[in-house]
Design a protein around this ligand. Structure first.
Ligand SMILES: C[S@@+](CC[C@H](N)C(=O)[O-])C[C@H]1O[C@@H](n2cnc3c(N)ncnc32)[C@H](O)[C@@H]1O
Length: 206
């Protein structure tokens, strides 16, 4: 496989079994259930995921077939496994894009300046950031995708306490002026943008 992310603390070679990827990289069942429930509760129709891996989170987000899920994966071999799995589950509401995040995003998202509002902007109800767990990359994708958020969107960041860099990125995201409510569930960090809401931070153990 091709590793685009922050590298692995577990794998030392670029040959990995699917079961080892599922165990060490894929999200656990509890987190997948949470993603499913949250997307369902917030009635998310347009969903974007950065980091498909084997498609565990993708499947959880796409089980509600009223939603349209776009998921991006950099490693073509891993994406092939995810594609087969999604097909097996009959989840035809997923568009899987293969390539580096920034490159793919620049191809299919029209970025515009929110204040000038002069371009047709792709907006997402939910964006799940689960790839490239470094401070710089996390903040880069957050800022890149801010114009794709509307007032009721939620951004979900995985592994916010994985490293000092991820902690620092999460601190900066929480205090960003466009962010109103942030929730730290330990593994996941959730941010909401409802401008009518007072700025508040919560810590909840799921
Ligand atoms: C933690 S895994 C995603 C787990 C997945 N969301 C799940 O539900 O099981 C991160 C994935 O993101 C991909 N990735 C990391 N950085 C990337 C980048 N800059 N561009 C494209 N893919 C990237 C990796 O190849 C890896 O498969």
């Amino acid at each position: 496989m091709t590793d685009f992310g922050a590298g692995s603390r577990v794998f030392t070679s670029d040959e990995r079994t699917i079961s080892a990827i599922a165990k060490n990289v894929g999200i656990p069942k509890k987190r997948a259930r949470f993603l499913f429930r949250l997307a369902n509760y917030l009635n998310c129709k347009n969903i974007l995921e950065l980091g498909t891996s084997l498609g565990i989170g993708t499947s959880a987000l796409a089980v509600n077939t009223k939603s349209a899920v776009t998921s991006i994966e950099g490693c073509p071999q891993t994406a092939d496994v995810a594609r087969n799995q999604l097909k097996k589950f009959g989840l035809s509401n997923v568009k899987l894009k293969v390539g580096e995040f920034e490159e793919i995003l620049s191809k299919f998202i029209v970025f515009s300046n929110k204040t000038t509002n002069n371009k047709q902007q792709t907006q997402y109800d939910l964006i799940y950031f689960d790839g490239h767990h470094t401070k710089e990359a996390t903040l880069k994708y957050f800022k890149l995708l801010l114009p794709a958020a509307h007032n009721n969107s939620v951004f979900i960041f995985d592994d916010i306490h994985w490293s000092p860099g991820m902690e620092a990125a999460w601190e900066e995201i929480k205090t960003h002026p466009e962010v109103r409510v942030s929730i730290d569930t330990f593994f996941l960090g959730l941010v909401f943008f409802r401008q009518e809401q007072a700025k508040q931070h919560f810590t909840i153990r799921l």
